[in-house]
Design a protein around this ligand. Sequence first.
Ligand SMILES: Nc1nc2c(c(=O)[nH]1)N[C@H]1C(S)=C(S)[C@@H](COP(=O)(O)O)O[C@H]1N2
Ligand SMILES: [Mo]
Length: 399
Amino acid sequence: MRTEQRDRVTDGWSRREWLQAAAGLTATGVLGRSSWAQPVVADVEKQLVVHTTVPHNAEAALNDLVGHWLTPVEHFFVRSHAPVPEVDLATFRVSVEGMVEQPLELSVGDLQEMPQTGTIATLTCAGNRRSEHSAVRTVAGVQWKEGAIGNAQWGGVRLADVLKRAGIKPGAKHIWFESIDQVKKGDDTFGFGGSIPIEKAMADHDGVPGALVTLRMNDQPLPPDHGYPVRMVVPGYVGARSVKWLGRIVVSDQPSPNHYLAGAYRVVTENTPLAWVESGPIYNYIMNSAICDPTAEAELRAGRATVRGYALPPGNGRTISKVEVSGDDGKTWQAANITGQNVPYCWVLWQASLPVTSATSELIVRATDSEGLVQPQTVPWNLKGYMFNAWHHVPVNVT
Ligand SMILES: Nc1nc2c(c(=O)[nH]1)N[C@H]1C(S)=C(S)[C@@H](COP(=O)(O)O)O[C@H]1N2
Ligand SMILES: [Mo]
C-alpha cells in the first residue's frame, strides 16, 4: 500500500492531492482513533549510511535520495541527540503553557480530534555537508555528507490552531518547543528544545502552515526515530527547530533558553562568549544543491553523462528557478531539467545530460532561486560546521 502510494506521488500526484490525503479526505485513509489503538508498528527497516547507532544518526546514500521526490521513510535521514524515548500513549500529553489564557494538556486523541491538515516540506539538518567545512578545518560533530535531507508529507494540527485554543496573551513573541527525550551534556540532562518567532508560528504561507504539530509522516503514524507520537515540523526552518517527541509548548516573550537555541545552531567563527551572544539563532535554511548521481570517483565514458541530483530553495518561501551543471570547472554551464514538482518549502529533483571529456575531472552543480540569487561558489568556514552551501563538486574519472 505504501509503496503504491509513493509511486503515485512520483508519478504525479499533485501537492493538493497529497494535502487532501494528509487531511484524511481521500480514499487513502480516513484518520481515526483506531490507528492509534495499538502501539506503533516497528520502525521501517532503515537503509541509510550510519554515523552513530545510539543516538541514531544516519543519512541517505545519494543515489537513493534522487529516486523519489517524496522521500520514503527508509531513506529519510535521522538526526538525534539522545536515544528514542519510550512513550505510553495512555499518559502521554503535550502541555501548552506560559503566556496563555488557558493552559492545555493534549493527548494524541485530543490532537486527532482537532482539524487535521497536511503539508509537504523538506527537512534538512543545518549540518548537512558539514564534512566539507571539515575538509577546510576540522569541525566536531557528525560528519554529514550531502544526505542529511529528505522531503516528506506531514500530517497533523496547525500550531496556530493549538495556540488559538489556548489563547495567546498580549506581549508573546516566541514559541518554545521541548522534547521528552533526555540529552546528556556534561552533568546536565534535559530535553532537546528550541523556539520560533510567533509570526512564524501563526503564519500561513498559501496553505503551508508556518508550523505543524505533526502526528503523521508519509501517511503513517510518525516512526519512533522521527518523533513518535508527536513532533514539530517547521517548513523552511533548519531541522533543529522541528523538535521531535514533543512534550511541551511554551508561549513566551523571550526566545527559548534551551541549549539548542541559545548555545548551538548559530553561525560563529570563534568560541568566545561575545561571538555566541552576537550571533542570532539559525531559523531559515539557505539554498543548497547536490549531485547525487554519479557519485564521487565514478568511472564515466567520454560523451554525454546523465547527471542527477537535488536542489533546495531557501526556506523563505522562494522556489528554484534554475539548476546548472558544469563539466569544465565552471567555464561553461548547462541548464538541468527539473523533474517533477517545484514548490516552496520543498526540494526539486533535477537531471541533465552533460558532455564530458577526458579533461573532465569533476562535475559541479549550482542553483538559482526565484529572486535570482545564485548559490555561492565558496562559503566561509564556521566553528560548528553549519549551512555549507557552496557549489557541489563531484570528482569523476572520464575515459
Ligand atoms: N527531540 C529532538 N528533536 C530533534 C532532534 C533531537 O535530537 N531531539 N534533532 C533535531 C535536528 S538537529 C534535526 S536535523 C531534525 C532531524 O529530524 P529527523 O531525524 O526526523 O530527520 O530533528 C530535530 N529535532
Ligand atoms: Mo540538525
